[in-house]
Design a protein around this ligand. Structure first.
Ligand SMILES: Cc1cc2nc3c(=O)[nH]c(=O)nc-3n(C[C@H](O)[C@H](O)[C@H](O)COP(=O)(O)OP(=O)(O)OC[C@H]3O[C@@H](n4cnc5c(N)ncnc54)[C@H](O)[C@@H]3O)c2cc1C
Length: 397
């Protein structure tokens, strides 16, 4: 079979869907093709016993500037995280409330072991007056050290909190991106949409007529003006938008430039357990600086007795038994009732920062009629995907 469209978008993850929704708003012709049987790409949720659980720990930040592209996203109902974190050290829990969001609670609950007055002052300063000049060659960790934070605070707070966000213990992201995310966590409501993170996909996809999306179609070959599916069907295009860096591998030799061959991705694994806890507060991020394995952890209430515990790790080889052992080491009184499910995401976040904010445009014009967009060309976040789509659609208009 042979089809023809003015613009074809490959990939119905957040980037492909938001690009389609913006083209729809501009009354442009397009067609969206996705290899999976469902849309959403890396943003997926499912249900366990009435709970919505995300396939990989995701948080939604209400102050992301690009949510204004789709105002319904701002109205998305969240199960908010309590602003701050609990740090578990030597089996003791210390609560630290974000002083910007809850001033008085923040003054009372600030029990970080080794959180010096200087660290407290510097964290206020970093949030209120972010540096106007950023040292060009400094890594995030070098910057924090030079800024004056103590080694212990960098390790126990910055590395432990942000390894779960950047999926990297070295926090090897551009400094400007780190400071942006730090500010977002300081000032914004942060949570999980009531129906799971996939709600943001539902909100955006509502703007796209069903007739303009085809799922379960995998693109196998890409030529100058047509793509060919696994089944051998041909789709001719005037413009092609690719939203996955690996699609470059499918390019015919006459158009391939090997631009994205070196892009690599971090991976993560997320486990869900039903537990009977010992007074564990829900919906606040727990940090475990003494754990080699666990990168983030939180509880959600199920009823007065049971809680759902989400545990993430950057080590995809970790087994349920490894994680259970670590949980019991840090929460000796917890009763693990049942392991529920785990999700392994091998190609989670793009790591090569040289591509971030690609050519200051956040998308790539590959040749006259083929374009790439996505988090790997902007920054690896929901906001980054929206930024990439926005810039590309603006360029194409
Ligand atoms: C575990 C995890 C946690 C995260 N946490 C957060 C967070 O807390 N906050 C935040 O802001 N961001 C977070 N992110 C980042 C955010 O989820 C991603 O940036 C975003 O989902 C990427 O969307 P995308 O559309 O660019 O890519 P993808 O979702 O990868 O979409 C690409 C699509 O292309 C399709 N495709 C690929 N090849 C083909 C082919 N040959 N034919 C047809 N279709 C094809 C794929 O199936 C996929 O659907 C997280 C990501 C992960 C993985």
């Amino acid at each position: 079979m042979s089809y023809s469209y003015s613009t074809i978008i490959v990939g119905a993850g957040l980037t492909g869907l938001s690009t389609a929704a913006l083209l729809e708003k501009n009354h442009k012709d397009y067609f969206l093709i996705e290899k999976d049987t469902e849309i959403g790409g890396k943003i997926k949720s499912s249900e366990i016993k009435g709970w919505s659980i995300d396939h990989g720990f995701h948080v939604f930040i209400k102050e992301y500037p690009n949510l204004s592209l789709f105002p319904d996203l701002k109205r998305c109902e969240l199960i908010n995280f309590e602003p701050g974190f609990i740090i578990i050290k030597n089996q003791k829990a210390y609560k630290n409330i974000n002083i910007f969001k809850k001033f008085f609670n923040g003054l009372i609950h600030n029990n970080f072991p080794g959180f010096s007055l200087k660290d407290k002052f510097l964290i206020l300063k970093l949030s209120l007056v972010p540096p106007s000049y950023l040292p060009k060659n400094n890594s995030v960790l070098e910057f924090l050290q030079e800024y004056g934070f103590s080694k212990r605070f960098i390790n126990d707070f910055f590395i432990n909190f942000f390894q779960g966000v950047f999926l990297d213990k070295k926090l090897d992201v551009p400094l400007s991106y780190f400071l942006f995310i730090f500010k977002m966590f300081s000032i914004s409501d942060v949570g999980i949409p009531k129906g799971g993170i996939k709600e943001i996909i539902s909100i955006i996809s509502k703007r796209i007529p069903e007739s303009k999306i085809k799922t379960g179609v995998s693109i196998n070959e890409i030529y100058k003006n047509k793509i060919v599916t696994d089944e051998g069907n041909e789709y001719y295009f005037k413009k092609l938008i690719c939203t996955d860096s690996l699609l470059e591998k499918k390019f015919d030799a006459t158009i391939k430039k090997n631009l994205f061959g070196e892009i690599c991705y971090s991976s993560t694994k997320c486990f869900y357990f039903i537990v009977e806890p010992e007074n564990n507060p829900e919906n606040i991020i727990h940090l475990l600086p003494q754990s080699e394995l666990i990168s983030s952890l939180y509880f959600r209430k199920r009823n007065s007795k049971e809680m759902l515990m989400s545990v993430s790790t950057l080590n995809c080889e970790a087994t349920v038994e490894d994680v259970e052992k670590q949980i019991l080491d840090h929460f000796p009184k917890i009763n693990i009732i049942k392991f529920q499910k785990s999700f392994e995401i091998q190609k989670a976040l793009p790591k090569n920062k040289k591509f971030f904010n690609y050519n200051n445009e956040n998308f790539c014009k590959y040749n006259e009629n083929i374009f790439f967009a996505g988090d790997f060309l902007s920054n690896p976040s929901i906001n980054g995907c929206l930024e990439s789509s926005k810039s590309l659609v603006r360029f194409l208009s």
